[in-house]
Design a protein around this ligand. Structure first.
Ligand SMILES: Nc1nc2c(ncn2[C@@H]2O[C@H](COP(=O)(O)OP(=O)(O)OP(=O)(O)O)[C@@H](O)[C@H]2O)c(=O)[nH]1
Length: 416
């Protein structure tokens, strides 16, 4: 069942049909009304709308009256306008709208689709507002809350740092410059000691006339800058730009960290993760299994590389299903690693050997071909560093291969 309900206020059937389509794709269930009277009636009867798309001009409400009705109910309103002159624009912006979109723009519906998706995630997007002026904080909070962002506030840089430490999931910081205790520029440079531009965006704000301030903010690690008083549209544009930057960086990180064929960590990301987790592992031992597909070259030679890829994907999926709590990696080619975060060596080996047997029973299909395959496993559990324990597991894997394949070998401190 779709959980997000959208109110579409629109007197043009073709447009409401398009909006409904775009909304459905984004996971919304829509209610369409065509007049101000209908809008009032629906709002009186139903109060669980998540978002509204509102036409500015309706036959019985030509000057944005429906926008007021929607906002009065606390529903975020994205306004769609057919005709946009500066008077209408100012009138729209004088209301607490979340966004407005000129309908005639060729990008209008693509943009609307993006906004529908974003609004679903906005409550999970945390923004820290740092300003010593309570009225500015409250103004910025209000603008952000219209877009459903979660907002936290600090009065100066020092408070901001403490709040950030307590809220490490913060993704955007909007900070003033002139503040007691710690000014905005110092605050930004302190934030950047811990939080990279890829994970937290910072927008600097200032009312002062110093033109060099934007450069100082950016030199010290801010992503962007806004001069007070700012125009509402510019404010939202900068916010969306920051969000887009974070989205792109997250995508790039995903591409860099994940093996595209299997969706598992690649070798680079695995060792990064190992370094991050190193100090946090509760057990003093590292427990690792190296898994390699037997006679894989033969599979490629006999059935073609597509079948080889299919077998690799089959093994990756089986690993994900069986070892969903462990850290999995495709080291390269047909070689995989399972890093056990907890549990005993005995339980790991029991699981691994049962897994090996089940893999041998699976039939993999590709085109007109089908094949079984087997795996060899080397397992090691030792107190050394992860690289060393992987080497031990690799030695045990080599033993499994030389002793006939399709078996599990344990590395022991006395050698395999
Ligand atoms: N289809 C496919 N083949 C790959 C991929 N990566 C590596 N290979 C092939 O995997 C084969 C690995 O062969 P070998 O290292 O000789 O090992 P093996 O045939 O599995 O034999 P043993 O490990 O000794 O049981 C090579 O022929 C590589 O070209 C891949 O992503 N897809």
């Amino acid at each position: 069942m779709e959980q997000y309900k959208l109110l579409i206020v629109e007197d043009s059937r073709p447009i409401s049909t398009l909006v409904e389509y775009v909304a459905k794709e984004a996971g919304y269930q829509s209610v369409i009304v065509e007049t101000l009277a209908e809008c009032k009636q629906v709002l009186a009867q139903e109060d669980n709308f998540y978002l509204a798309s509102v036409d500015y001009s309706l036959p019985d409400g030509p000057d944005g009256e429906a926008i007021d009705e929607v906002i009065k109910k606390g529903i975020p309103a994205i306004v769609m306008t057919g005709h946009l002159d500066s008077e209408i624009r100012d009138h729209i912006l004088s209301k607490a709208v979340s966004d407005y979109i000129p309908k005639e723009s060729s990008e209008a519906f693509a943009y609307l689709a993006k906004q529908f998706h974003r609004f679903k995630h906005n409550p999970n997007f945390k923004v820290l507002v740092v300003d010593d002026s309570a009225s500015t904080r409250s103004y910025v909070r209000n603008l952000l809350e219209r877009n459903l962002y979660e907002v936290i506030e600090a009065e100066n840089g020092q408070q901001g740092l403490a709040l950030l430490a307590a809220n490490p999931d913060t993704q955007l910081i909007i900070t003033d410059y002139e503040m007691p205790v710690m000014n905005g520029v110092r605050f930004v440079s302190e934030v950047r000691k811990t939080y990279a531009k890829e994970s937290v965006c910072i927008i600097g704000l200032s009312g002062g006339g110093a033109t060099s301030l934007s450069a100082r903010f950016i030199h010290n690690g801010a992503n962007d800058f806004l001069q007070k008083p700012f125009c509402l549209e510019e404010f939202y544009c900068r916010i969306y730009q920051s969000i887009e930057h974070l989205e792109h960086m997250a995508k790039l990180k995903q591409l860099a960290d994940v093996d595209s064929m299997t969706g598992l960590y690649n070798r680079y990301a695995f060792f990064n993760k190992a370094n991050q987790l190193g100090g946090k592992i509760e057990s003093s031992q590292y427990a690792v299994a190296m898994i390699d597909i037997d006679h894989f070259k033969k599979i490629n030679d006999e059935f073609g590389h597509d079948m080889g890829d299919e077998v690799i994907q089959n093994l990756a999926l089986s690993l994900q299903q069986e070892f969903d709590r462990e850290i999995l990696c495709r080291m390269g080619g047909e070689e995989f690693v399972v890093w056990f975060i907890d549990g005993s060596a005995q339980s790991h080996c029991h699981l691994l050997d049962a897994f090996r047997e089940r893999v041998g029973e699976q039939l993999v299909r590709c085109g007109n071909y089908e094949t079984h395959y087997s795996i060899s496993i080397g397992y090691a559990c030792a107190p050394d560093n992860i690289e060393q324990v992987i080497q031990y597991a690799d030695q045990a894997l080599y033993q499994s291969k030389t002793q006939g394949r399709n078996q599990l070998t344990l590395y022991s401190t006395q050698g395999v």
